[in-house]
Design a binder for this molecule. Structure first.
Ligand SMILES: Nc1ncnc2c1ncn2[C@@H]1O[C@H](COP(=O)(O)OP(=O)(O)OP(=O)(O)O)[C@@H](O)[C@H]1O
Ligand SMILES: [Mg+2]
Ligand SMILES: [Mg+2]
Length: 493
C-alpha cells in the first residue's frame, strides 16, 4: 500500500503518558558512486591508500583549476534513477553549497539544489517476505564528498586527508513515508540491495560508502506532520533502528512535559544509546546556494537514457517474482536468495534444469548455513554451484539418499572433487538392489521376534524397523524400497 495514504497502524504506535504516538521518518542516504575516478577530477577513488595519495589539483582546490564532469558518474546516477522507478531529468544544474570547514578546501561543495538529475520515484520495501510497502523517493542528486579531518594522531595538531575530497556521492532523499524503526531499517536494506544489484554503490557501510541522515518526528495519529530532528551520518542499519526509537521517545517525552521540539541536527551515540544536539536551526548554515559558474548545466538526450535502461540488470523484486513463478519457491526462500545478487546467481546456477525447491533447500539450509557458520559468503564458497548441482542430481536420480547427500556435502566442502566420482569410489551409492535389502530385513525380523509381534498391533513401530535396517545398510538403503519390503514382510498395510 502506498505510504502517503497509509492510516496509522496501531501495532506501530508508541505508547506515551497522554496516549499513542506515531513516529514519522524520512531518510537522506549518501551513497558513494562506484566509479574509478572522482566526480570532477581524474584522481582515483580507491579506498585505503596513504593519506593524500589520491588528490588532484582540482580536489585540492588550487587556484584556476576547473572541474570537468565524469561521465561515468552521470551514467551511474541515471542508472540508479531508473532502478528507483524515478523521473530522469535530462537537464540538471550543479550548484555551490557554501560553508567553511577544514576538510573542504574549495570553501563550497558542488551539489545539486533546485534541479537535481533525478526526480520523484519509489521503492517497494519488504517488511517481511509477504508484506510490502511503497516508499516515495523525493529526489536523487549528485554531489562531492568532503575530505576527512584527523584529530587523534597528535596531541595539539589536526590533519586533513583529501583522498575522499571530490568523490561522487548520490544523495537519495525519501519522502517522510516511514512509520517505525523496523520500516526505516527495511527501507535502507532494500535501497542498499538495489544499489548493489545496479553496481552503482557497493553499500559498504563500514567504510562509510553508504551513510544515512535520519529525520524523525512524532505526532498523534491523524495530526499534521510534527517538527523533525535530523540525526546525521548514522553508519549501520542496526544503529538507524536504534536512533529512530531513541529519538522518537525523546521527542514524546518533551512534548508530554509541555515542551516543543526545535528543528535541529543531532548525532546518535550508540554507546550511550542517546541522541545529542549538534546544532539548532537558528545556528543552521545559510549555504548561499548558487549555480556553479564553472559548470554548464548537465544535459543529455532520450537515447542516452534508453541505452542505459536497455542494459539494466534484473532487479531484486523482478527476480523474486521470477524465482517464485519459475522454480516454485516460497516467498520466504525467494527473498533470502535475492537479498544479494551473487547468492541469487549461485542459486540459479544450481537450480537451472533441476528441481528448484530441492536446489533452494540445499543452497539456503546447507550451503548458506555452513557459510554463515564459517564467516564466509558465496563468493568464497568452497563448494561450487556445479558441484552442488551435481549433488542435487544424484539425489534426484536416486543414486544417493538424502542422508548420504549430507556426507557428500561434507566431502565437497572439505576436499572438493566431482560428486559423481566421489559417490562411485567411496561406495556411497544407495542400495536399490532389493535382494540385499531383503536379506537385511530377514535378518532383522529373525533377530527381533518380540518387536515383530508388537508392530502388528501398533503399526507406528515400523519406524523402528526402518531405522534399524537403514543403520545396518550404513544409511545407503533406498528408503522407498526399504519401506515397501518391510511392510510386505511384516504383513502390514
Ligand atoms: N516532519 C517530518 N518528519 C520526519 N521527516 C521529515 C519531515 N519532514 C521532512 N522530512 C524528511 O526530511 C528529509 C529532508 O531532506 P532534504 O535533503 O530535503 O532537506 P534538508 O535536510 O533540509 O537539507 P540537507 O540536504 O542540507 O540536509 C527528507 O527525507 C524528508 O522526507
Ligand atoms: Mg538533504
Ligand atoms: Mg538533511
Amino acid at each position: 500500500m502506498n505510504a502517503h495514504v497509509r492510516p496509522a497502524d496501531p501495532k506501530k504506535l508508541i505508547k506515551g503518558a497522554t496516549g499513542d504516538w506515531e513516529v514519522v521518518v524520512g531518510m537522506e542516504i549518501h551513497a558513494q558512486v562506484t566509479s574509478n575516478a572522482k566526480l570532477f577530477s581524474g584522481a582515483s577513488t580507491s579506498f585505503g591508500a596513504e593519506p593524500n595519495a589520491h588528490v588532484s589539483l582540482v580536489d585540492a582546490a588550487m587556484p584556476g583549476m576547473l572541474p570537468v564532469i565524469n561521465a561515468e558518474c552521470v551514467r551511474q546516477a541515471v542508472r540508479t534513477g531508473l532502478g528507483l522507478n524515478a523521473q530522469v531529468n535530462k537537464r540538471s544544474v550543479f550548484d555551490r553549497k557554501n560553508y567553511f570547514y577544514p576538510d573542504l578546501p574549495q570553501g563550497y561543495q558542488i551539489s545539486q539544489f533546485k534541479s537535481p538529475i533525478i526526480g520523484e520515484g519509489e521503492i517497494v520495501v519488504d517488511l517481511s517476505p509477504t508484506e510490502q510497502i511503497t516508499i516515495g523517493i523525493e529526489r536523487l542528486h549528485l554531489e562531492q564528498d568532503a575530505g576527512k579531518s584527523i584529530h587523534d594522531q597528535h596531541p595539539t595538531m589536526s590533519f586533513v586527508d583529501l583522498n575522499r575530497s571530490g568523490v561522487a556521492l548520490m544523495e537519495i532523499v525519501s519522502r517522510p513515508d516511514l512509520r517505525s524503526a523496523d520500516e526505516a531499517r527495511a527501507y535502507v536494506t532494500k535501497l542498499r540491495t538495489i544499489l548493489r544489484y545496479l553496481g552503482t554503490c557497493d553499500g559498504d557501510m563500514e567504510k562509510g560508502n553508504l551513510r544515512a541522515d535520519v529525520n524523525v518526528s512524532v505526532r498523534k495519529p491523524g495530526d499534521e506532520l510534527g517538527t523533525r530532528c535530523e540525526i546525521k551520518n548514522v553508519n549501520s542499519i542496526r544503529f538507524i533502528g536504534q536512533a529512530v526509537d531513541v529519538e522518537a521517545r525523546r521527542q514524546i517525552g518533551i512534548i508530554e512535559d509541555g515542551g516543543t521540539i526545535d528543528q535541529e541536527t543531532r548525532l546518535y551515540d550508540p554507546v550511550k544509546g542517546e541522541t545529542r544536539s549538534m546544532r539548532s536551526k537558528e545556528e543552521a548554515h545559510d549555504y548561499r546556494y548558487f549555480p556553479d559558474p564553472d559548470l554548464l548545466p548537465l544535459e543529455f538526450d532520450d537515447a542516452f537514457v534508453a541505452e542505459l535502461k536497455a542494459h539494466l540488470p534484473e532487479l531484486p523484486d523482478a527476480k523474486k517474482a521470477r524465482f517464485i513463478a519459475d522454480y516454485g519457491l516460497s516467498p520466504y526462500d525467494a527473498s533470502v536468495l535475492v537479498a544479494e545478487r551473487e547468492q541469487a546467481d549461485y542459486f540459479e546456477a544450481v537450480a537451472k534444469g533441476r528441481d528448484g525447491k530441492a536446489a533452494a533447500n540445499w543452497v539456503i539450509n546447507e550451503l548458506f548455513g555452513r557459510l554463515n557458520k564459517e564467516g564466509q559468503d558465496v563468493s568464497t564458497s568452497p563448494v561450487s554451484a556445479a558441484q552442488l548441482g551435481g549433488l542435487v542430481d544424484l539425489i534426484g536420480e536416486g543414486v544417493i539418499s538424502g542422508r548420504i547427500a549430507k556426507d557428500l556435502f561434507e566431502i565437497l566442502w572439505s576436499e572438493g572433487g566431482d560428486p559423481r566420482v566421489i559417490v562411485e569410489t567411496r561406495g556411497m551409492k544407495q542400495v536399490t538392489d532389493t535382494g540385499a535389502i531383503e536379506k537385511a530385513v530377514d535378518e532383522l525380523i529373525a533377530a527381533n521376534p518380540d518387536k515383530v509381534e508388537q508392530v502388528k498391533a501398533k503399526p507406528t513401530m515400523l519406524g523402528w524397523f526402518v531405522g534399524q535396517a537403514m543403520k545396518a545398510s550404513g544409511g545407503k538403503a533406498n528408503p522407498q524400497a526399504l519401506n515397501e519390503i518391510l511392510k510386505a514382510k511384516l504383513g502390514i498395510e
